[in-house]
Ligand binder design. Structure first.
Ligand code: NAD
Length: 260
């Protein structure tokens, strides 16, 4: 799984999705994170096609939406996602949110898809430690990834530690807190030392914390900027300074209290 990829939440289906995916691939992005609920899988698929890159060079993720959870409905939702993307397989398929009373049946469907060779890896999103423990208790296959809200204001130490111990890869959503962290003084000061932007510093902090990161942008300059994070290294002290900005503050809902 690539350490770095493109998020396409709120990217509109059609030209915006097609062009940002195509452009991102040309800047070296190899991983794209979409979901049924983003309603842009057709555009993402078209962007992949137009990029001209070989399918096996890419890592494509999608997610089953809450209203489709359950065994048969998840298998149908997976087929629909593949059709929209015009792909033969996915690299990663995730349960989008831990819908109570449903996510275990949904997981059984993901296990089937994995065993049938229709997806290369399966995982979850927005799972707290107790959700993971509950799932693992009955699962045949352990989730391989947990995609969670993760940024310097929400460092998720407990989940991160648990996932490390269970060999579940943590992946950050809203790594830039949807832009809210980009004026932070600590982060800006650190960036100035390396000639790097606040976005690049945060994304680098993800990598050095061994967290996969998928920032979103449709702006070509920012797409390129966000991908340029492999040519500098933050010191341990800088890593700690950024981590100490944690306020346990979310931009999205708490997975213990969502109503959709
Ligand atoms: P993000 O933290 O990636 O922020 C994106 C916003 O930051 C952009 O819209 C833009 O305004 C700004 N930005 C990006 N690069 C910038 C730069 N270099 N300079 C200045 N501003 C910049 O937010 P996100 O889109 O919410 O999260 C990333 C991805 O995570 C999503 O696109 C989606 O794929 C995934 N996601 C998953 C879930 C989930 O429940 N699993 C939830 C939200 C997002």
């Amino acid at each position: 799984m690539p350490w770095f990829g493109l998020g396409v939440y709120k990217v509109s289906n059609g030209n915006e999705a097609v062009l940002s995916v195509k452009e991102a691939v040309s800047y070296g992005y190899r991983s794209i994170d979409t979901a049924a609920i983003y309603r842009n899988e057709e555009g993402v698929g078209e962007g992949i096609k137009q990029s001209g890159i070989e399918r096996d060079q890419l890592f494509i993720t999608s997610k089953v939406w809450n209203s489709d959870q359950g065994f048969d409905t998840t298998l149908d939702a997976f087929d629909t996602s593949l059709q929209k993307l015009e792909l033969e397989y996915l690299d990663l398929y995730l349960i989008h949110w831990p819908v109570a009373g449903k996510f275990k049946e949904t997981w059984k469907a993901l296990e089937k898809l994995y065993k049938d060779g229709r997806v290369r890896a399966i995982g979850v999103s927005n799972f707290h430690v107790h959700h993971l423990q509950d799932l693992i208790r009955d699962a045949e296959i352990k989730p391989m990834v947990n995609q969670i809200e993760y940024h310097p204001h929400l460092t998720q130490n407990e989940i991160h530690q648990f996932c490390k111990q269970e060999q579940i890869q943590v992946e950050a959503w809203s790594p830039l807190k949807q832009g809210e962290l980009l004026k932070n003084e600590t982060i800006t000061t650190i960036g100035n030392r390396y000639g790097k932007s606040p976005a690049q510093v945060i994304l680098r902090w993800d990598l050095q914390n061994e967290v996969v990161t998928i920032p979103k942008s449709v702006n070509f300059n920012r797409l390129r900027e966000n991908a340029s994070i492999f040519d500098f290294t933050l010191t341990n002290e800088e890593m700690e300074q950024i981590s100490s900005l944690n306020k346990n503050e979310r931009i999205g809902p708490d997975p213990d209290n969502f109503h959709f």
